[in-house]
Design a protein around this ligand. Sequence first.
Ligand code: PSU
Ligand code: MN
Length: 330
Amino acid sequence: MIRVAEEVRGASAVVALETTLVAHGFPPGEGVQVGLASEAAVREGGAVPATIGVLDGEIVVGLTADELHRFGADARKLGPRDIAAAVTQRAVGATTVGGTLAVCRSAGIKVMATGGLGGVHRGWPTPPDVSADVQALASARVLVVSSGVKSLLDVPATSELLESLGVPVIGYRTDDLPLFYAAHGGPPVSARVESAAEAAGLARAHWEIGGGGLLVGRPPDESLDDAEPLIERALAEAGAHGVRGQAVTPFVLSYLHRESGGRTLAANRALIVGNARLAGEIASAIEEPGSRFLHQPAVDVHASARPKVLDDVPVDRALVDPADERVRPA
Ligand code: PSU
Ligand code: MN
């Protein structure tokens, strides 16, 4: 049921890429160009790209360029719940971040790149729309590089949900989560890294202690700071047209691309390709022996979690009865 391209099978450092943005994130024809440019960027970063989608009754890990051209606007959008149906019904299926992560889990791929993660929609619980991307990320041992979460969402609520689910939100050379088009202004990240190697070390440490997915937020190189009023208009327009569920993102993106005179389109393309390059660098660094030890103090969770007053208490006693120790310091 899963066909893994030969080059992907033989590679140690692999970056998964989704097909929803190819099929539904850009005007016809342009998504494929963005997909191919992302693949080239992964290679520049030092890894092998594996673009994922469903074709002819198979989950394909590592689509060829010819196959990628079949992912047009009529492709089904596949979250994790939709993959099996697309396989058995032999549909052309474009995987979202969540759908791609579900495939990464079975294929053993550790890094993925995208534009923006899905999350909690504005106005929750009306509509009660939370992207399956979030749960998929929490449960897959995959590091996702994005420019934060999609700007049309409730970004602070999505950040809170990621914390609840134990997903580290790492800022790549930033202290706050990028807002997709805008480089800054999101909620604070849970840790900041300065390099791909540092991100790789942090991911390996997270997985060593049994953790699942991680989000690395990379700010776009050129910040588009005036998109917000346009996003609000796009969402109002979507509501007025009764657009719901999986159709919201494609509707809003094409509205923005049209109304901004192509500025959001150029920004979206550039940030996706930049994220793919960084993901390539991180994937290749993850495979370096010893990357876990590059920044060991930053992941010494016990040291930072222990209350100050317990600093001199032997570790085993501190763990047995910390509350008691606080009253009667040793
Ligand atoms: N970000 C983009 N373009 C996109 C998406 C995100 O720049 O097309 C897609 C991703 O595939 C993401 C999906 O997984 O939107 C989330 O959709 P939903 O909110 O319906 O789960
Ligand atoms: Mn949704």
